[in-house]
Design a protein around this ligand. Structure first.
Ligand code: PHE
Length: 369
């Protein structure tokens, strides 16, 4: 939800891809974006509705966060599939924080973010995609399809799904990416696949997907449509795309992290750069601008660097206002102190900060507040 955060940029990238490739009548975006749902869901929504077996490992107390015997923190965005379909949505993207009890290291963290995509195909859409296809039959379940689906509809759905996701992978990682589909199992889709892309010489799983189990649609009151769904982790994609080496960085409050994304749009090409591991120290400083001479913030920046040297990491103008009575403009600057090799003590920072204040007063002829 935080603008310019790399996870938000990834969300915007995917939404932009989906919106520019899928349009409804009157050219409106086909996929609704739902990103404000409560992460507390019922066990029913997280598991039962999705046909997760009673003995499935993901139900263990040690794997999920339970509020009580009825509620939990969602372990995946799939928990919202059924309710959104019941509300009448046929095409949607759900974005949100998901929770799994897990170790903490550079690629695991007990909360991360997922995006779910669901698309239902009805007879009207079907007639545009292909002629004379029947959706349902009562047959046997095979590796290729569910018992109630015809081979035709299953293959059409699979092609539509894979086409959408390969397009997405290319939109994210470039037209020349190497990818492969791996067959897998989810209780709520059949058949199911994972998409892997080649990254730094290794196959990386980037999403799971499949044809939605017809029983889920049926229990949501939908009997004349078939659907596909995918789920992907935003951290994983952002780490690959921006070269972010550690999942914990997404929780950083450090401006050494955020400044790298602050001017970015979802179209910017960004390569993450390591920043200092020692803590930062902030100090603000404000003054009325001189009336008797021209002033440019760059004068101030130079001065700060002269005084602060290696201990100053960033300087930025954080507030500016004009006082009518005084006829003066005030600037407030934030100075971020950090030494690359060792933590600075408050005392050290104060000494430098006071030197800067003094130099500003003398050289710019202003009163520092
Ligand atoms: N919910 C699955 C997961 O979290 C991903 C998924 C979503 C797979 C939709 C298939 C269809 O791993």
């Amino acid at each position: 939800m935080q603008k310019h955060h790399p996870l938000c940029l990834i969300k915007e990238k995917i939404v932009n891809y989906m919106h520019s490739n899928y349009r409804s009548k009157y050219h409106t975006p086909r996929f609704a974006v739902v990103d404000q749902l409560d992460p507390v869901v019922t066990l029913k929504d997280n598991f039962d509705t999705l046909l997760v077996p009673k003995d499935h490992p993901s139900r263990k107390q040690s794997d999920s966060y339970y509020v009580n015997s009825e509620y939990m923190l969602r372990a995946h965005t799939s928990a919202h599939q059924s309710n959104l379909m019941k509300m009448g949505l046929d095409h949607f993207l759900v974005v949100g924080d998901v929770y799994r009890r897990d170790e903490i290291d550079k690629s695991h963290y007990p909360v991360f973010h997922q995006m779910e995509g669901v698309s239902l195909i009805d007879n009207k859409m079907l007639s545009k995609m292909s002629d004379n296809i029947k959706m349902f039959e009562s047959g046997e379940k095979t590796v290729e399809k569910q018992g109630v689906h015809t081979r035709d509809i299953s293959m059409l759905c699979e092609a539509d799904l894979k086409n959408c996701l390969i397009g997405l992978a290319k939109a994210l990682f470039g037209q020349n990416i190497e990818y492969r589909w791996v067959e897998c199992y989810f209780p709520f889709t059949h058949p199911s696949w994972e998409l892997e892309v080649m990254f730094n010489g290794e196959w990386m799983e980037v999403l799971g997907c499949g044809i939605m189990e017809q029983q889920i649609l049926h229990e949501a009151g939908i009997s004349d449509k078939v659907g596909w769904a995918f789920g992907l982790g935003l951290e994983r994609l952002a780490m690959i795309l921006y070269g972010i080496p550690d999942i914990r960085l997404f929780w950083s409050q450090d401006s050494g992290f955020h400044s790298q994304f602050k001017d970015a749009t979802h179209e910017s090409k960004i390569k993450f750069k390591e920043f200092g591991k020692t803590p930062q120290n902030f100090n603000d400083l404000s003054f009325w601008l001189p009336l008797d001479r021209s002033y440019d913030p760059n004068d101030f920046y130079d001065l700060v660097r002269d005084q602060g040297g290696h201990c100053v990491e960033q300087v930025s103008l954080i507030d500016e206002f004009f006082n009518k009575k005084k006829g003066l403009t005030s600037h407030c600057y934030r100075i971020v102190y950090r030494h690359m090799d060792r933590p600075l003590t408050n005392q050290e920072v104060n000494v430098i900060h006071n030197q800067i204040k003094q130099a500003v007063a003398e050289q710019l002829g202003v009163t520092v507040r």
